[in-house]
Design a protein around this ligand. Structure first.
Ligand SMILES: *Cc1c(COP(=O)(O)O)cnc(C)c1O
Length: 405
């Protein structure tokens, strides 16, 4: 059975027959990857323009990250937090030094880190701000994506993400993304926190008006409300800064990270905060069996070093500018809007283009893997190790595909 060579078609059939149908992937079956390139079972080569939704910012199978993974795997992989391990402390030190926050709390998936932020905020609201135990509200925004747990989909505005999953968690209010007046009108003495993506990735690389984050920071500081930014996709270099909020020179109270923290090979996420917020957690209040495991911590330490040592933040800024400029030179009747920051770029097509999916299928035939988001937008988010030549290579194919009738 192990010797049998299965084709892409065979493998797709197995997945369709025996797996849950909660995704609709492009039909490419990848079995090898290096840097920005991936290969399918038949040996066809593609440039990865999604980078696992920014979880592979450092490029696939980065040699330093894989070396750290293997080295740690031979030593110890899991202790649980019942005991200590020799990787968690150094990770906490390195990540707090890099970010400028005083404490880090590790989890595994992004959604768990968002849940952790929500729990920290609620506990802060009740224990520090003095809001009554069964009261208090957290503000989120239309078009948000913060994960898939029942609490998180409670404040999603995407009907599909909620459909059939109620009853929902109370205590959230959803306001129009970018509308500072709505925020000013909604904040009251029982407002605990605001949860915001600096740029909405899943929504189609949507930026609020310039100044929105700064205004949020001012209003939350004045009203003693926590500002929590979800940097799971926008952080760790994706937009040409370590964190996307740096574009507006602000400092949130809680920063949520995940995805690229695991260097494309281990799930690890977490929240960064100072003592006033992180101090609400006492032993037993919150936790995770795999959270802070030595394998993920060892990988995360090197994953962060790679981002810094290899200038990936600068590369994202420089080549993101270049990519945007080259994209704007393409003339295509289908393009409605081009937007983005760093190597995180969305091309929204006119409804008359017939949806972004068929363009993603055509790009796949040309050797580029992209994923549509919200029907009409093609998202480009390559690993941050991409070179100018590789962008030029992609641009030729893109120009061709965007000329399709
Ligand atoms: C991916 C993502 C999440 C959820 O992360 P998971 O690891 O899939 O649970 C949350 N917020 C944002 C902004 C994301 O992009």
């Amino acid at each position: 059975m192990n010797k049998e060579v299965l084709s892409s078609a065979d493998l797709i059939r197995l997945e369709e027959d025996c797996g849950a149908h909660n995704y609709h992937p492009l039909d490419v079956v990848i079995n090898r990857a290096q840097g920005v390139w991936v290969w399918d079972v038949e040996g066809n080569k593609y440039l990865d323009f999604l980078a696992a939704y920014s979880a592979v910012n450092q490029g696939h199978c980065h040699p330093r990250i894989i070396a750290a993974l293997k080295e740690q795997a031979d030593k110890v992989t899991l202790t649980s937090r019942a005991f200590r391990n020799d990787q968690l402390g150094p990770l906490c030190q390195e990540i707090t030094r890099l970010s400028g926050y005083s404490r880090f709390l590790p989890m595994n998936s992004g959604a768990e880190a968002v849940e952790t932020a929500l729990k920290a905020a609620r506990k802060w609201g009740h224990k520090v701000k003095g809001i009554a135990d069964d009261r208090g509200e957290i503000i989120a925004f239309t078009g948000n994506f913060h994960g898939r747990t029942t609490t998180i989909v409670s404040f999603s505005t995407d009907e599909q993400y909620r459909d059939g999953f109620g009853p929902f968690t109370p205590g959230f209010r959803v306001l129009p993304y970018g509308d500072i007046d709505a925020v000013a009108g909604a904040i009251n003495d029982e407002t605990i926190a605001i949860l915001v993506e600096p740029i909405q990735g899943e929504s189609g690389i949507v930026s609020p008006a310039a100044g929105f984050l700064r205004q949020l920071r001012e209003i939350t500081a004045a009203r003693r409300v926590l500002l929590m930014t979800d940097e799971i996709q926008s952080g760790l270099g994706r937009t040409g800064k370590l964190f996307c909020f740096e574009h507006e020179d602000i400092r949130p109270d809680v920063v949520i990270i995940g995805k690229a923290l695991g260097g494309g090979c281990m799930p690890i996420s977490g929240i960064l905060a100072d003592d006033e917020v992180m101090g609400v957690f006492h032993p037993g209040d919150h936790g995770s069996t795999f959270g802070g495991n030595p394998l993920a911590c060892a990988v995360a330490r090197v994953a962060m070093q790679v981002i810094v040592d290899e200038g990936l933040i600068e590369n994202s800024a420089t080549l993101g500018e270049y990519f945007l400029q080259r994209l704007r030179e393409i003339s295509s009747p289908h393009i409605k809007e081009i937007r983005g920051k760093g190597l995180w770029i969305g091309v929204e097509l006119h409804p008359s283009a017939g949806g972004a999916r068929r363009f993603c299928e055509a790009l796949k035939k040309e050797g580029m893997l992209c994923k549509e988001t919200h029907t009409h937008t093609i998202r480009f988010a390559p690993p941050l190790v991409i070179t100018r030549d590789e962008i030029d290579w992609a641009m030729e194919r893109l120009a061709k595909v965007l000329q399709m009738p």
